[in-house]
Design a protein around this ligand. Sequence first.
Ligand code: NAD
Ligand code: DAU
Length: 349
Amino acid sequence: MTDAFIPKNIIVTGGCGFIGSNFVHYVYNNHPDVHITVLDALTYAGNLENIKPILGDRVEFVHGNICDAQLLDELVPGHDAIVHYAAESHNDNSIANPEPFVKTNVEGTFRLLEAARKYDVRFHHISTDEVYGDLALDDPAKFTEETPYHPSSPYSSTKASSDMLVRAWHRTYGLRTTISNCSNNYGPYQFPEKLIPLFINNIRNDRPLPVYGKGQNVRDWLYVEDHARAIDLIFHEGKIAETYNIGGFNEWKNIDLIKVIVKTVDRLLGRPEGASEKLITYVADRAGHDLRYAIDSTKLKEELGWEPTLQFEEGIEKTVRWYLHNQKWIDNVTSGEYQRCYQDMYNQK
Ligand code: NAD
Ligand code: DAU
């Protein structure tokens, strides 16, 4: 293990999105001496409500785009690290309109790397297991850090490109970088375009549950706070230039996962168990739909001692309860009301 890196003043890009906001809460709760600057463009996926309760002396919000070199020139000096979450993150959107993915995920990462290089700031890059492509259902293999890149979608190919930029900036310019590639996250504050929050919300509202293809695709699910803890560890104790895979060792076929969600929501809403299974509707498959992801996070366990802590059943129960108890949050997001949070806050100033 190398000497621990102890930053005091960090930039978190995309800190108003799902995983970024959970990380900001994690740092706020666990590192009282760290100042966090959240840089976020508040796209449709960014919601200032996610961090509003902790904004103040220790958490500052800057509304801006990671592609804006001039803004980065003003913002980055004085910080000792960047943790880079900002991205266009939804596969379906990338199929419908890839352009913002290339802009934010490739150009945005390039701009941040240039600023990090100019001001000699350490850089942690958040990436995805999707860069490795997909596996057959009956393949005993999992993705390791040595698996060759083979991305399938416009989204995953832009994430793979950004990983390559990070590696090149380390090798060519000596930038202090680390990269993590994580599997599917679930938990609070996830935008309801993604499978789990979308289905919880649709069950609550008696709406159809659109299952792509035959529902046989497999994903490896990790509770978002376990991800935050992994990033915190890699950021402080990971070796420069290394890549770490993060996953839950928790593979689920979509249709089996959907049935668990249905059962849990029905129980918590006091409906007969499984009553909402009638909402399951098989629809056309996603174009190029990756069949199976499976992450081997042994390296992270052996080198830094990280393991997921939450059992899946417990994590799903906690997640469903969160969405049912935070109906206002999800109603604001689905109605578009959430975009007023930023306007209201700044109109009061
Ligand atoms: P998200 O879509 O919920 O949030 C993305 C955030 O980035 C939003 O707050 C958005 O406003 C901001 N943003 C987008 N474009 C920006 C720009 N040009 N400038 C500044 N801010 C911008 O995404 P997420 O699911 O929280 O994913 C966060 C990161 O984690 C992404 O890099 C994603 O690739 C990666 N990841 C996600 C998962 C997952 O399961 N969701 C798994 C592994 C890795
Ligand atoms: O593996 C990590 C990736 O996980 C991240 O890099 C991405 O940012 C994140 O969005 C997620 O990608 P997926 O495409 O796997 O997530 P999504 O929630 O969109 O879909 C999960 C599975 O459920 C996938 O096989 C597609 C299927 N699905 C999804 C939706 C939204 C459906 O069957 N119906 C749906 O309506």
